[in-house]
Design a protein around this ligand. Structure first.
Ligand SMILES: Cc1cc2nc3c(=O)[nH]c(=O)nc-3n(C[C@H](O)[C@H](O)[C@H](O)COP(=O)(O)OP(=O)(O)OC[C@H]3O[C@@H](n4cnc5c(N)ncnc54)[C@H](O)[C@@H]3O)c2cc1C
Length: 329
């Protein structure tokens, strides 16, 4: 877990900024630092979590930075490099602070332990709020609703950051990278991972993750399969997995029972853009600029990235664009 907070110890002191970055993950960190290098001197990062680093804090596996640093780093190591860069700047950081609302006129409403409720203004804003996981409702998995059904990312945070083990006999639904990585992680922590179930005829995960997280641990990957029932009263007791045809329709009579106490869902990520949507700001999914002048977006908030190195490069573009805008105001 990253303890260094760079400028995080500096007190909150101003309501007017050249740039406010919302989200202190790799996108927000790179955007803020690039804006500093481009000449801005009044920059604030607002982060709702206890510390900077974003999703990388829970990604303790290696595989980050192969392109950007030409090195293989863990998630916290990758984020740590950017956090350390902030120490040489006067960029302000407010952790445990949530941005509740933004306006097209570049006001940012925040709330948190240190700032209370405050309305800040900025010449430019970078939205770097990351993404969220699709949950059971989004894929319509039928069955009971007992405890033990959680997203793979939530399980990753429980295991790697909070020190909780979410279950002992695990079924993974969806073969995206988060699910694959959690199949290995749960195995290493002593759980039995019974299978990874994927409705499509191929996995959406990186080949390296299929090999290193499933094949190396003899975890079956059931392609063209889906969960057709979850059973259990208080806790998950079993799940039924059935084969599907090329139209993703369940083939009758193919159901197999998996005795599991936990179902981990890895069924897609969605950019976290509620602040922009509520303000009527349009994000096109490709460009770091938005429909609101001076409001920029980058990282998984713009579109979901597989590789963090690409997040960094895109965030640097957003940071320099935000700096150009603020300096011209
Ligand atoms: C499980 C997993 C494994 C991965 N493995 C790899 C890998 O092996 N190699 C690789 O290169 N990439 C990997 N990635 C991808 C990479 O981690 C992401 O692409 C990258 O972290 C995205 O950065 P981000 O800053 O856009 O989002 P995030 O890291 O999610 O950061 C967004 C931040 O915004 C904050 N935030 C959101 N809303 C608000 C708000 N309203 N107010 C204040 N703060 C807010 C959040 O708390 C969070 O800290 C993995 C991703 C996951 C999920």
């Amino acid at each position: 877990m990253i303890k260094e907070q760079g400028a995080a110890v500096k007190p909150f002191r101003s309501t007017e900024y050249e740039l406010i970055v919302i989200g202190g993950g790799p996108a927000g960190l790179a955007a803020a630092y690039n804006a500093w290098q481009s000449g801005l001197r009044k920059i604030l990062i607002v982060e709702r979590d206890r510390e900077l680093g974003g999703i990388l804090n829970q990604c303790i596996h290696s595989g980050f930075g192969l392109e950007y640093y030409k090195e293989e780093l863990t998630g916290p190591e990758y984020a740590g490099r950017f956090i350390r860069q902030l120490q040489g700047t006067a960029i302000e950081v407010l952790c445990e602070t949530m941005a509740l609302e933004i306006t097209a006129g570049r006001e940012v409403h925040i709330t948190g332990k240190r700032a209370g409720y405050a309305i800040l203004s900025a010449k430019s804003i970078v939205l770097a709020t990351g993404c969220r996981e699709r949950a059971r409702g989004a894929v319509g998995i039928p069955g009971a609703r007992p405890a033990g059904i959680i997203t793979a990312g939530a399980a990753q945070r429980y295991v790697n950051m909070e020190g909780y083990m979410p279950g002992k006999r695990v079924l993974i639904v969806g073969s995206g990278d988060v699910g694959l990585i959690m199949a290995r992680r749960m195995t290493l922590e002593g759980a039995s991972v019974l299978a990874c179930v994927e409705i499509m005829p191929r996995s959406g995960g990186l080949v390296r993750n299929i090999v290193q997280c499933l094949h190396d641990y003899n975890i079956p990957l059931l392609l063209s399969h889906t969960v057709t029932d979850i059973r259990g009263r208080k806790r998950v007791e079993s799940a039924i997995v059935s084969e599907v045809d090329e139209n993703q329709l369940v083939k009758p009579g193919t159901g197999q029972v998996f005795d599991c106490d936990t179902v981990l869902l890895s069924v897609g990520l969605i950019p976290e853009n509620e602040l922009a949507h509520a303000a009527g700001i349009v994000i096109d999914g490709q460009n770091v600029s938005t429909s609101a002048p001076g409001v920029f977006v980058c990282g998984n908030a713009l579109h979901v990235h597989d590789i963090v190195d690409n997040v960094t490069l895109e965030a640097e573009l957003a940071g320099s664009a935000a700096a150009r805008y603020a300096l011209a105001c």
